[in-house]
Design a protein around this ligand. Structure first.
Ligand SMILES: NC(=O)c1ccc[n+]([C@@H]2O[C@H](COP(=O)([O-])OP(=O)(O)OC[C@H]3O[C@@H](n4cnc5c(N)ncnc54)[C@H](OP(=O)(O)O)[C@@H]3O)[C@@H](O)[C@H]2O)c1
Length: 325
């Protein structure tokens, strides 16, 4: 038996239950991992409240990202062996001392990446990678608006966008978060709880607006985010930390400037093994070179997952949060 955090019924952080579970032996094509660190992500709250359905039914072990050491390999696995250090993003099962995953979803960790860094960056960093390179090609001269710039994805995306040569504007919930975002590549910050962020974006850009808006907030920043985008620019709705965006009339995109809008997810961008490996390789390269740092600013014991969710949803965290089994 190993310790795990399970959800038996949907609800607030109080439904996260710390208990012992039996992790089965790995089957065909699977590996078993002793987990050293588990990432905490906003998506974990979507599964907890039932916004996203659990693909394994109820109860389920929460968590979508972890890093650890391979302790057993199932039949048919040839490219991963016992003792390998691996990390992965996968559907549920993250908040546990051990887990079984398909070997095809595991990414071997370079020696210069710790388990804690890996748990803080695989989901958030790979997301930043595809958002900046594939969803919209960011480079020198691009102006980017990133909402929640001091958050987990936020701090990584700001550093990476600045490294690519972009001008980065970030919204943040407090002055402390503004200072942190600025120290991580954000050129301009907007306190969007107090200031009209559309008016501030117009002022900062001299009316030119942004080429792309990365919006992981959802309900409370829509449709105002569209007013921050120049004609034919891109609206990237990649999450909903304030709640999902309600259905809207597609003609809105015409009136706001022939805009493009997309709702991407890492699952699709990294669905093929070769894409997963190339996204991860680019992330390891940027972190290894020091161009992108992974701020793991909150570390909790596994048994304190409830507190971790309370802090994340209470807007108390910055950068990445991890659980240590
Ligand atoms: N599509 C994908 O592939 C993908 C992958 C990973 C993550 N995501 C999404 O990326 C977003 C960021 O994820 P994360 O794990 O890095 O979280 P995070 O940004 O560290 O935390 C969420 C932040 O959102 C802001 N926020 C604004 N309104 C909020 C509200 N009503 N309740 C809670 N927070 C609110 C807060 O920052 P302020 O205090 O500064 O406002 C808060 O710190 C999420 O929407 C997540 O679903 C998407």
């Amino acid at each position: 038996m190993v310790a795990a955090v399970r959800v038996h019924k949907h609800g607030g952080p109080e439904v996260l239950t710390y208990e012992d579970v039996q992790i089965p032996a790995p089957g065909e094509g699977q590996i078993k991992i002793k987990q050293h660190a588990c990432g905490i992500n906003f998506i974990d709250t979507y599964f907890r409240v039932g916004l996203y359905p659990s693909p394994v039914g109820m109860p389920f072990i929460a968590g979508n990202e972890s890093a650890g050491e391979v302790i057993q390999v199932g039949p048919g696995v040839s490219d991963v062996k016992v003792g390998d250090r691996v990390a992965f993003v996968g559907p549920l099962g993250g908040y546990a001392g051990e887990r079984v995953i398909p070997a095809a979803r595991a990414v071997k960790l370079p020696n210069n990446i710790s388990y804690e860094q890996a748990a803080g960056m695989m989901l958030k960093g790979m997301t930043a990678q595809y958002l900046l390179n594939r969803t919209f090609k960011v480079g020198k001269g691009t102006t980017v608006l990133m909402h929640a710039a001091a958050g987990g994805v936020g701090l990584i995306l700001c550093q990476w966008a600045a490294h690519l040569g972009a001008t980065v504007i970030g919204t943040v919930g407090s002055k402390d978060k503004a200072a942190l975002a600025k120290a991580n590549g954000c050129h301009h910050t907007i306190l969007y709880r107090d200031e009209d962020f559309v008016a501030k974006v117009k002022e900062i850009t001299g009316g030119k607006l942004c080429d792309v808006v990365y919006d992981g907030i959802g309900a409370t920043t829509f449709p105002a985010s569209l007013d921050c985008i120049r004609p034919m620019g891109m609206f990237v709705s990649f999450g909903s930390s304030s709640g999902p965006i309600k259905a809207f009339d597609i003609n809105l995109l015409q009136f706001k400037g022939s805009l493009f809008a997309t709702r991407p997810t890492l699952n699709h961008y990294a669905a093929k093994r070769e894409d997963l490996m190339s996204i991860a390789a680019d992330l390891f390269d940027k972190v290894g070179s020091g161009a992108v740092k992974i701020p793991v600013n909150q570390t909790y014991k596994l048994k304190d997952a409830r507190k971790a969710h309370e802090d994340l949803e209470g807007r108390e965290t910055t950068g990445a949060s991890i659980l240590v089994p």
